[in-house]
Design a protein around this ligand. Sequence first.
Ligand SMILES: NC(=O)c1ccc[n+]([C@@H]2O[C@H](COP(=O)([O-])OP(=O)(O)OC[C@H]3O[C@@H](n4cnc5c(N)ncnc54)[C@H](OP(=O)(O)O)[C@@H]3O)[C@@H](O)[C@H]2O)c1
Length: 305
Amino acid sequence: MRAIVVRRFGGPEVLEPVEVPTPEPGPGQVRIRVAAAAVNPVDVATRAGILTGAGVIPPREVLGLGWDVAGVVDAGSGFEVGTAVIGLRDRIATPLGAYAEQVVLDASAVAPAPAGVSPAEAATLPLNALTAAQALDLVETTGTVLVTGAGGAVGGYAVALAHARRLRVVAVASESDEALVRRFGADEFVPRGPALGDRVRALVPGGADAVLDTALLGLDALDAVRGGGEFVAFAAGAAPIPLRGVRVRSVWIRADGPRLAELARLASAGVLPLRVADVLPLSAAATAHERLAAGGLRGRLVLTP
Ligand SMILES: NC(=O)c1ccc[n+]([C@@H]2O[C@H](COP(=O)([O-])OP(=O)(O)OC[C@H]3O[C@@H](n4cnc5c(N)ncnc54)[C@H](OP(=O)(O)O)[C@@H]3O)[C@@H](O)[C@H]2O)c1
């Protein structure tokens, strides 16, 4: 089967199409015939060697790419062959990922695909919706939550999930994204820019109870949180010093099939927005990486083998 791997770090040109033996599922695993694989910032960071440099991925001769998959089970245990599924490949240091014609995942990382949506749409769900859900699990407030990067993939899901939990949601995003994030469920909107803390406090006296800082603003986002509030960071090195008694935590995504099944149901019900920027063939993975790195996309680029 065909797959895209990296054998050396660098720009999009190091993404290498290879012909490899079809992977066989082991105990407790399923093999998925990939219909769609989303392209995420973590793939770009993996390809560029940033995650290996940061000690997140140990040095490997070959690295597969792609966390998010939608497709159909074609072998293994835990799901019937022929079931339409989505899954998350959270074992980042393996030689094959979802940028492939077939991928093997633990059955515990897989869930039935959301009904009534295309495979490309379904492939945009696992990594970013699970991250948003697991980040929200870290906060205890029932009051006001600030979401930075609310127009982004994780941020959009975070707004929708927080709204579904009946939290008051203050969204920070580009001015042009106001209508979008209000559709996701934002109660208040603050355009990105300087003096974030002051502008949030003008709407929420004393500051927000919690922030999900998907835009990695760090101290600027912390300044918008009340003393003794809560802060969730989304990347290595993105957690600020816990000034004013703010409890700072980091979310690290983990596969969770039952939770993913719940999120798929929410997506089918229209509670979670599935956003596809464009669909490209697997062979155009390098173009997808260039376009993602260039910025300005709304929704995910999706590869189809
Ligand atoms: N820890 C984990 O387990 C985990 C899992 C998944 C993702 N992540 C990380 O979470 C972060 C968000 O991921 P994503 O996929 O949602 O990325 P994304 O789709 O690129 O969204 C990031 C958003 O942040 C906005 N932004 C950037 N700088 C900003 C600023 N200074 N002020 C306000 N907004 C700003 C961007 O707006 P514009 O587009 O307008 O610039 C964009 O909407 C990434 O760093 C990713 O690596 C972590």
